[in-house]
Design a protein. Structure first.
Length: 231
């Protein structure tokens, strides 16, 4: 009986440790300088999404530059050029700013943490108002995107409810490298959203390093964000 109880306790402890590791905060990234991802559409590289990190005491900054262009028969159909900065203090996001040109249309987000009311104030091209501080900015450097119930669009500031489902543990091969990963499905929970605005991603996470290795979705073609380099 005691042996059986001990085995149960060991399983519970291991489970808690595993969950704690997945839910850890920005401290896991403070030794990193950059994460670089190539963007593919239908198997062809069309751009990149690169993140650079800076740690200065209790301040942690993430700068992202994303750029891609889709052409068919030499004609540009879709393009994005975006630059953003996230600033954290003692693990709490205190500021996020982005400027994006999407198909020659300007989008933006200016987010600040209101310490008094303990929430976010957002002024964006698609949303202006307050938001719960538990929201995560929807970028692919941060594994916490897999632990939240809602995310903030890094392009426009809109807030989307989501659910994340664990699919399986897998071995993912990228070029000559193999990664042991956890495969998740991230989807919108708001059925009233227009189809082209719904979240519907497959995400592969290296849970030992808390780094997203690959993101895949289908929207006018097969899109993939694939890890190229980590420093």
């Amino acid at each position: 009986m005691r042996i059986k109880l001990l085995n149960i306790l060991i399983i519970i402890v291991l489970t808690i440790l595993s969950i704690t590791k997945l839910y850890s905060h920005t401290g896991h990234y403070k030794d990193l300088k950059k994460i670089e991802m190539d963007i593919y559409r239908n198997g062809e590289v069309i751009g990149y999404s690169n993140y650079s990190f800076k740690n200065d005491g209790d301040i942690f900054q993430v700068v992202n530059q994303t750029e891609f262009e889709v052409k068919v028969l030499g004609v540009k159909l879709f393009s994005i050029n975006s630059l953003s900065k996230e600033i954290y203090k003692n693990e709490q996001l205190i500021e996020f700013n982005s400027e994006t040109v999407q198909n020659n249309k300007k989008k933006f987000v200016n987010l600040k943490y209101d310490k008094v009311n303990d929430n976010f104030n957002i002024i964006g091209s698609s949303y202006k108002g307050i938001a719960d501080k538990e929201n995560i900015v929807g970028n692919w450097w941060n594994h916490k995107i897999l632990t939240t119930n809602s995310q903030i669009s890094p392009l426009s500031g809109s807030i989307k409810e989501q659910e994340v489902i664990f699919i399986s543990k897998e071995t993912l091969k990228i070029g000559s490298k193999s990664f042991e990963v956890d495969h998740f499905k991230l989807k919108s929970t708001d059925e009233e959203l227009e189809e082209d605005k719904k979240l519907d991603f497959d995400i592969w996470l290296d849970s030992k390093k808390n780094i997203i290795i690959k993101v895949e979705y289908n929207r006018l073609g097969k899109w993939q964000y694939i890890l190229k380099n980590v420093e």
